[in-house]
Design a binder for this molecule. Structure first.
Ligand SMILES: NC(=O)c1ccc[n+]([C@@H]2O[C@H](COP(=O)([O-])OP(=O)(O)OC[C@H]3O[C@@H](n4cnc5c(N)ncnc54)[C@H](O)[C@@H]3O)[C@@H](O)[C@H]2O)c1
Length: 256
């Protein structure tokens, strides 16, 4: 389905392996106006290069999603340059690396707990809240989650709690925004080797387990996730909201 006329804000590009890079690519290829936002100056040159590689001509906008003032500036600049939005891709997460190994209880701290929830969960609500009056009817908001929200995954630790909070906020946001015909969904992706994933201790082992145990006996790619994001941004998903949709080759249904 062609996405011409849809303005979609995409957060979370850090490299060409980022899930949001593949999402930007498929949305742009299907004629959406993709508006890129990046975390900070450290990423600026890299993100502009990636954006140009994709053929996206419009400016890229900085925004540290842990700062309300930066979210407000992002909103003002994006709306001034592009008008109201039809979609938002929230594809950002962070927890201090030392919390992503060993037993949860041994390494958790109050600061780490707060930071992981702030950046990985609240930032979705903060974006939705900031843009809610500038989202057209039939808009779609998408975030990225992981099965560690529901089950214990070794070393995922605090990120599991933050993703559980994120998935629950998807439901409350779907309810809050439903009357405006705005949909909110999460994609729970299988493991993919990206920069964020590299921070999780023993990540290669997780990839091997998915390949062995998932019904489809393979690992997923960022393109697999992007295809579902494309569906969720398109009007084909006009009755889907408040969901966490697994893109994991079926891994989540397997018991032992
Ligand atoms: N890679 C996986 O295996 C996997 C699986 C399931 C879900 N996810 C989720 O997908 C999303 C994207 O991750 P990815 O795997 O593409 O890795 P990535 O490292 O390419 O992307 C993570 C992005 O988060 C951004 N970010 C972190 N803190 C931020 C802040 N304060 N403000 C703005 N941006 C910030 C980073 O700049 C980076 O672009 C994350 O939510 C991640 O938890 C990843």
């Amino acid at each position: 389905m062609n996405l011409k006329g849809k303005n979609v804000l995409v957060t979370g590009i850090a490299s060409n392996r980022s899930i949001s890079y593949a999402i930007s690519k498929i949305l742009h290829e299907n004629d959406a106006n993709v508006i890129i936002s990046y975390q900070n100056d450290r990423l600026k040159d890299r993100v502009i290069k990636l954006k140009n590689e994709l053929g996206i001509c419009s400016d890229a906008y900085p925004c540290d999603l842990s700062q309300d003032s930066e979210i407000l500036t992002l909103k003002n600049n994006v709306i001034k340059d592009h008008g109201n939005l039809d979609g938002i891709i929230h594809s950002a997460a962070f927890a201090p690396k030392e919390l992503l190994s060993g037993k949860y209880i041994d390494n958790i701290t109050r600061d780490g707990f707060t930071m992981a929830h702030d950046i990985s969960s609240y930032s979705l609500t903060a974006l939705a809240k900031a843009f809610k009056d500038n989202l057209n009817r039939s808009s779609s908001i998408i975030t990225l989650s992981y099965i560690g929200a529901e089950r214990v995954v070794q070393n995922y630790n605090i990120m599991g709690l933050a993703k559980a909070s994120l998935e629950c906020s998807v439901k409350y946001l779907a309810d809050s925004l439903g009357e405006q015909e705005i949909r909110v969904n999460a994609i729970s992706a299988g493991p993919i080797k990206t920069l964020a994933a590299a921070g999780i201790s023993g990540f290669n082992k997780i990839l091997d387990i998915y390949k062995e145990k998932s019904p489809l006996k393979k690992n997923i790619t960022t393109d697999d996730v992007a295809n579902v994001a494309y569906f969720l941004i398109s009007d084909l998903s006009s009755s889907v909201t408040g969901q966490t949709i697994y893109v994991d080759n079926g891994f989540n249904v397997v018991g032992y």
